[in-house]
Design a binder for this molecule. Structure first.
Ligand SMILES: [Zn+2]
Length: 168
């Protein structure tokens, strides 16, 4: 129970990160944070009952460096929703394609890497999409920080959704 995930918001209600219940209760106890949403259930100690937090908010705005989202195969596949970015099919195995091929100076960046099925990757070969007559279904971009919270940490609690701008 003490290790359940709690969403930590900045004073501005912007999501910062996720901590555990123990840390959240400590922050509240120290007057550094307030409870915004609570979970069902209580923590019992000898002398008191404490509601279990789900979302807490810092009393003071803090500036924190964003967690860097690692550029790797796994995160590219999550960003592209397991979908080939040329034909739109959800298929496996998926490959990683350099939109602008390396030999044309294409870099290993979020903007130049997409997920492609084997057939599309084979068809495109070492060409640009224009040369191959292929179009991307979506312009590849560096994922927003919310992506990290939504997809990598994941929504561990339904009460987090409004704070992560996810509509039901
Ligand atoms: Zn494809």
């Amino acid at each position: 129970m003490l290790n359940h995930a709690v969403l930590l918001l900045n004073q501005s209600y912007e999501p910062l990160t996720v901590c555990n219940v123990k840390r959240a209760i400590t922050l509240i106890y120290l007057g550094k944070a307030e409870m915004v949403e609570k979970n069902s259930g209580w923590l019992h100690s000898v002398s008191m009952q404490v509601p279990i937090p789900s979302v807490i908010r810092l009393g003071r705005q803090i500036k924190v460096p964003r967690t860097r989202i690692l550029l790797n195969r796994k995160n590219l596949i999550i960003r592209d929703n397991h979908t080939c970015q040329y034909c739109g099919k959800k298929t496996s195995p998926l490959t990683i394609d350099h939109v602008i091929p390396k030999h044309y100076g294409g870099k290993d960046t979020w903007e130049n890497l997409v997920v492609a099925c084997q057939a599309c990757n084979h068809r495109k070969a070492n060409r640009t999409p224009e040369q191959a007559g292929m179009t991307l279904i979506r312009k590849p971009q560096k994922p927003h920080y919310f992506f990290y919270l939504q997809k990598i940490i994941g929504v561990k609690d339904q009460q987090w959704k409004p704070y992560l701008f996810i509509k039901d």
